[in-house]
Ligand binder design. Structure first.
Ligand SMILES: [Zn+2]
Length: 73
């Protein structure tokens, strides 16, 4: 018996780079066009657009966490 449980994609609002959305060719979804990196920072985590080398969001957990998940380091 394990303590693992399946976690599904529960995202209700996706994050996108504004510049990518503006220049995205028609017929390509934001999901397919995005070129994002997600990673931990000292206070939290950050989403970074690799295409534009720009910050999408920088979240500060103020010491909360860690939060379990299936991620690779
Ligand atoms: Zn972008």
């Amino acid at each position: 018996m394990t303590n693992e449980q399946t976690v599904y994609n529960n995202i209700t609002t996706f994050l996108h780079c504004k510049m990518c959305l503006q220049e995205k060719p028609p017929g390509i979804s934001p999901r397919d066009y995005s070129h994002l990196e997600v990673g931990f920072t000292v206070p939290g985590f950050q989403v970074w657009c690799r295409r534009h080398e720009a910050n999408v969001i920088d979240v500060d957990f103020e010491g909360a966490g860690p939060f379990p998940g299936d991620f690779g380091l």
